[in-house]
Design a binder for this molecule. Structure first.
Ligand SMILES: [Mn+2]
Length: 259
């Protein structure tokens, strides 16, 4: 497999890109198992320089790990690098969060869906249940961009004081940051974006977030909190636009981690 931005892998790199082509419970459009490969392919088109930050973020050191295909292997992965996992379906977030120390940890979930269903299609580890599974051991969850959920999920949010910022309200970055504890894990389901920004996702949903809204939020999170890791999930690659935009988002994460 090619590496992110075609950079040579090296031991001392601070950031690790982890391809996770895991697809087992997709319910609508299929193909997210091809996402890591397509994001990495698109990453070769990125400019090295980031004018917003006035740096070349790749200089922090980026290495691309060998792909991981099972949830068990994900849970057992040991590395001291800042890992950005490329899904695959949203289920992969569960082992990635579970292995972290939960004390003072918040999960920032940028997503069109609440993913708080107890089960979906008879499966408790469905992509539509990932936040629910995480909430069973850590309820410090902040959701941004949500616009598709059941009444039951809404009741769960109220009952367990999940911090859900719906897409129909104006994005209030200050308010979002206030809900986050000292340490933060970031999971970005690409369906959070408006489908005009990233059309190729497993379960597209209209009236979503713009690219700059998300990067403005991420920039503030990295500035004010200690981010332990991140994932970018649910791309269902078809055209270059979506894969390239996902790659750009990953590079923005690396940039914000660098400053
Ligand atoms: Mn999701």
């Amino acid at each position: 497999m090619k590496t992110f931005m075609n950079l040579p892998n090296f031991e001392e790199a601070k950031v690790a890109i982890l391809p996770v082509p895991f697809e087992s419970t997709t319910s609508y459009k299929k193909g997210t198992k091809n996402a890591p490969k397509e994001i990495i392919k698109a990453s070769n088109e990125l400019y090295l320089y980031d004018p917003e930050l006035n740096i070349e973020p790749y200089k922090i050191g980026i290495t691309t790990l060998k792909e991981i295909k099972t949830l068990k292997q994900l849970e057992n992965l040991k590395t001291n690098k800042f890992v950005i996992a490329l899904g695959g379906e949203h289920t992969i977030t569960y082992p990635l969060v579970k292995k972290l120390p939960q004390k003072d940890l918040s999960i920032l979930q940028i997503d069109a869906h609440a993913d708080l269903k107890d089960e979906f299609d008879g499966n408790k580890l469905s992509h539509a249940c990932v936040a629910r599974r995480i909430s069973e051991f850590n309820k410090n969850i902040t959701q941004v961009g949500v616009r598709a959920l059941d009444k039951d999920e809404h009741n769960y949010i109220k009952k367990h004081k999940i911090n859900t910022f719906y897409a129909h309200n104006k994005l209030n970055i200050k308010k979002i940051i206030k809900t986050l504890k000292k340490n933060v894990y970031i999971t970005i389901d690409l369906d959070a974006f408006d489908p005009t920004v990233i059309p190729d996702v497993g379960t597209p949903e209209p009236a979503g977030l713009q690219f700059k809204q998300v990067t403005d939020l991420l920039k503030e999170v990295f500035k004010h909190r200690n981010v332990l890791g991140a994932d970018v999930v649910e791309l269902c690659p078809k055209e270059e636009l979506s894969s390239y935009t996902a790659a750009k988002l990953v590079y923005k994460l690396i940039g914000y981690k660098s400053i």
